[in-house]
Write a protein that binds this ligand. Structure first.
Ligand code: M6R
Length: 606
């Protein structure tokens, strides 16, 4: 989603602002801009579309100044046009903003009555005029911002610079993350650490409601009550920011191939691989008393929640419900004192998930989270954090974060089972051994992508694709359909295999490829029956299975073999298959794989 960078230093900032915006591209955006202040005058350059448009604009018409802000915009209010692109500016201030100002209409009409002229459809322009209004009515810069912040309802991360004072940049955070970077001769603000990584490894994460007055030497941070506060400076995990694509054409491909390593790293956090047992754990919560678990996430993280339900109910014998984070709190579910709310999020900043988490915290529930960004808001606001160690995921379509979520949830499930004294009901060592084998099995799958590439030519001709799975692999079928939609723009739907005959089978004809996840588990024969139903109606079946192709019992469009493994591990292996199907299809479709249209990496608005 939108990205912010701000720099206040001694040298020209224009090139560094662009360098940082390039690193923020992965978040998804549809326009970009920068503004600087120089000799008492602000100026800006903005362009619709990709960053290269902005770069060529700046090349033809450079911007001077050692104080500046930059933004990549993912449109919420107003179309993605140059006019609506940030920074928004008047004679006094220039503003970049992530989030949504919910009361912008009433503020705008108040300001229009006071004589302000608006040029855009955005909520952000209101902030610039509001600050300017207070300045023109006698307030100093800092006071004007403080007063304006109090008028805003909604969510924001803000970077603000001023024409009358090049030595001040103001940052503010409510609901959207923002960090301050401490350099030797400059200070920075960034909506995520990736934006700051080229310049500094010393970072202060602003807390909810904080705002900061920043010079090239330091930052004075105030809390929501305007009291000056000290916030700690932490070191960036540099290894997380090695962002090149290496030998891969796309980040998505690189991240699919990183899975053996990052799954192994995530498992090592929980499992003693030599002894095939869990590391001793004390996560600060008594897991033995938990009698109900509610798991929630969005998109891919929602699907890993669904896989988690199968594991936890089966092995820890605790009832689990799963819901979309965007829906959960509106149901107002009845809660019990011993329930645990578990939130799954790669970024740890997804607004829907964060809002659901806060709802449960306000109801005094114990809140745990499975997160990949350990400094994120969701991680910081959780009672218990179950980290994944996937490293930075740049491709908008989640791949390695998903399989690392599954790995961490599987380990958490074993902790629950152990705490609830349910380990005797299944063979813990067998499951752990299965998990430990997973990275090697995935590496073997990744060693030959030709079957996926061949199939992709067929899928690229289809307008619709169905994905089917049963039991624990059903959520992976849903994830497969999401992945194909996201990166290839081909319509796809996932269903439980047994559900097809209750309606969706009406879609089946000789044009529709049906991708069936059918590991040879105890449900295999039932899935095979469903394949017969499809084949007899002309549907073209892609058989993703560790069984031989003749066991499918029908003609196949393709057989994508997966290695034999413990049933527990099958969701990870099937996940890799559906990722490769989506990736290769998208390559043939020629889409923007790492930054698909309309999508954002971290969705920080509800
Ligand atoms: O960062 P999160 O895991 O909270 O993000 C949730 C979804 O927005 C995310 O999984 C999205 O669905 C991805 N584009 C999936 O590939």
């Amino acid at each position: 989603m939108c990205g912010i960078i701000g720099i206040i230093g001694e040298n020209s900032v224009s090139d560094d602002l662009i360098k940082s915006l390039e690193r923020l591209e992965y978040r998804g955006y549809d326009s970009a801009g920068i503004a600087t202040v120089y000799n008492g005058r602000m100026d800006r350059r903005r362009a619709n579309g990709k960053l290269k448009n902005l770069i060529s604009l700046i090349h033809n018409s450079p911007l001077k100044g050692s104080t500046g802000i930059g933004h990549t915009r993912w449109a919420t209010h107003g179309r993605p046009t140059e006019r609506n692109a940030h920074p928004h500016m008047n004679e006094d201030v220039s503003v970049v903003h992530n989030g949504i100002i919910e009361n912008f209409r009433e503020l705008r009409s108040e300001l229009e009555k006071a004589g302000c002229i608006f040029y855009t459809e955005t909520d952000t322009e209101t902030i610039a005029h509001m600050i300017s209004y207070y300045i023109r009515h006698g307030a100093g810069i800092v006071d004007a911002v403080g007063r304006a912040l109090k008028r805003l309802k909604g969510t924001f991360a803000l970077g603000i610079i001023f024409s009358t004072d090049e030595d001040i940049m103001i940052a503010a955070r409510r609901g959207s993350p923002l960090a301050i970077g401490h350099g030797n001769t400059a200070m920075y603000i960034g909506s995520d650490a990736i934006a700051l990584a080229p310049f500094t490894s010393a970072v202060t994460y602003l807390e909810e409601g904080d705002w900061a007055v920043i010079s090239s030497k330091n930052a004075i941070i105030r809390d929501s009550n305007d009291e000056v506060v000290q916030r700690s400076v932490t070191a960036l995990e540099v290894c997380n920011f090695q962002m090149g694509k290496g030998n891969h054409r796309h980040y998505m491909h690189k991240e699919i191939h990183e899975q053996p390593e990052v799954i192994s790293r995530t498992l090592s956090n929980y499992i003693d691989k030599a002894e095939l047992k869990l590391h001793p754990f004390d996560i600060g919560v008594d897991l033995s008393t938990i009698d109900r678990i509610i798991i929630s996430g969005c998109g891919t993280s929602f699907y890993s929640s669904l896989v988690g339900r199968y594991w936890i109910e089966r092995y820890a014998c605790i009832p689990v419900e799963v819901d979309f984070s965007s829906e959960l709190r509106y149901r107002e579910p009845p809660l019990s004192p011993n329930s645990l709310a578990l939130f799954i999020s790669q970024s740890g900043e997804t607004a829907d998930t964060l809002a659901a988490l806060r709802y449960f915290k306000a109801k005094h529930q114990t809140v745990a989270s499975v997160v990949n960004v350990h400094t994120s808001t969701i991680a910081r606001e959780s009672n218990v954090v179950i980290p994944t160690l996937a490293g930075s995921e740049v491709g908008v379509a989640s791949t390695k974060a998903f399989t690392c979520q599954l790995s961490a949830i599987a380990c958490f499930c074993l902790m629950l089972a152990k705490s609830q004294k349910n380990v005797t009901k299944f063979n813990e060592r067998e499951i752990i051994s299965g998990l430990v084998d997973a990275p090697n099995l995935i590496a073997a799958m990744l060693s030959d992508e030709r079957p996926f590439n061949n199939l992709a030519y067929e899928l690229a001709k289809a307008s619709n694709v169905l994905y089917l799975g049963r039991g624990i692999n059903c959520p992976v079928a849903l994830e497969g359909a999401l992945k194909l939609k996201e990166v290839s723009y081909i319509h796809a739907e996932g269903y439980p295999a047994g559900e097809l005959k209750h309606g969706p089978i009406a879609l089946v004809d000789e044009k529709i490829p049906v991708i069936v996840l059918a590991p040879k588990d105890k449900l295999f024969n039932k899935t095979v029956s469903n394949m017969q139903e499809i084949a007899s109606r002309g549907g073209r079946i892609v058989f993703v299975s560790d069984a031989n192709s003749d066991e499918a019992g029908c003609e196949l469009l393709a057989h994508l073999p997966i290695p034999k493994a413990h049933p527990c591990v099958m969701p990870l292996l099937c996940a890799v298959s559906v990722q490769l199907i989506a990736y290769h299809t998208a390559v043939i479709m020629g889409t923007d794989i790492d930054q698909p249209r309309n999508l954002a990496k971290s969705v920080t608005v509800e």
